[in-house]
Design a protein around this ligand. Sequence first.
Ligand code: FES
Length: 110
Amino acid sequence: MGRWVKAASLSEFADFPSYRASLAVDVEGYDIVIFKLPDGWGALDDTCSHEYSELSSGEVWNGRVYCEKHGSSFDCITGEVSGLPATEGVSAFPVEQRGENVYIQLPDYS
Ligand code: FES
């Protein structure tokens, strides 16, 4: 089922340019990057599956984030890899805006 946790405030995205509309957050020990997209939100594990660079440092274009280290690209919503050299995707988290806040769904406590 998962549990919804507040991860950010909408105001934290106010000054981002569209090519870097991403915010790195630590939510209960999960390093997550949240993307503010033209038509919604995305949230991924902030660690590139290639050599572990932070995806939050990459550029965002057309719904994809491009890792700044070697250029792999990932779908900002699904985490699927769409460009080499990475060959595996990254974990995606459900994310939604509720009023002035952004919430992420984390796994249940085990
Ligand atoms: S670390 Fe991201 S593409 Fe290499």
